[in-house]
Write a protein that binds this ligand. Sequence first.
Ligand code: PBG
Length: 318
Amino acid sequence: MRRLVSETRLHPADLVLPVFVREGVTEPMPINSMPGVVQHSLDSLPAAIAEAAAVGVGGVMLFGVPESRDAVGSGATDPDGILNVATRVAREAAGDALVVQTDLCLDEFTDHGHCGVLRPSTGWGTDFVVDNDATLERYREMALVQAASGSQLLGLSGMMDGQTAAVREALDEAGFADVALLAYAAKYASAFYGPFRDAVESQLEGDRRTYQLDPGNRREGVREAILDIDEGADIVMVKPAGSYLDVLADVAAASDVPVWAYQVSGEYAMIEAAAAYGWIDRGRAIVESVRGIRRAGADVVLTYWATELAGWLKDGLE
Ligand code: PBG
């Protein structure tokens, strides 16, 4: 009876697995603050994709961890840069079984760790600021290289103003009209990204509060989503998920494109840590956390548990 009247069901196809791929390693490397998640090598990546595909996961979102970084994030637009090579390897491994997506942002590739290129600041109390429009030029270049590498869905996570329109235009002009855009529309300046910055070995100086949203702002999250839809986003994202369920519900009500949510690294780490102490029922907490995000309005959830959870769902456990 409970199953018959359940309002929110989980399905493997509604889950996306974020995957880290590190340059210059042959073995997968553990990530301290994310027990159970690794930085894959190019060699270990195909098996991870096959495992996700075997249990019906809907897609993978690739992040690159390069060996060297510079001020403009050159590795991001190098066709032989780690993320672009990983994309080709992932497409080969995935076939038609799942959608290969890439993070389109400079932070993994810059030596200062910001999502864009910097310019000297004039009167804001800091030495530099992220140059929004110069960054859009880099995103346009990055989009073309990612599309040429075979990425099917570009995850615009940099939170620059106008990024969706800029990237859409660049893709269309270059004949990549079929490559879709996932706009991280409502991305908050969150403490819950902490473990991720370990995972990509971020060298971030300062914080991202000049371009990511203020955690107190609900209306602004909806406004950002609508702007991105108007600019041509095919899907909009709310991130993090668990602490932003009100924003997610509002965006879901306002959006006429699919709405996704990202259960981020800190959300993962909290449940894993509490479970490791024996303070929480790990399996139930995972299912409940993802179900709550779906209930609030997410069509799809990006979660580091995607493969494991999809396996449980496949076995009829929920
Ligand atoms: C930016 C990006 C971040 C995450 C995904 N894309 C980090 C940030 O904005 O600091 C965080 C994801 C997570 O915490 O799991 N490339």
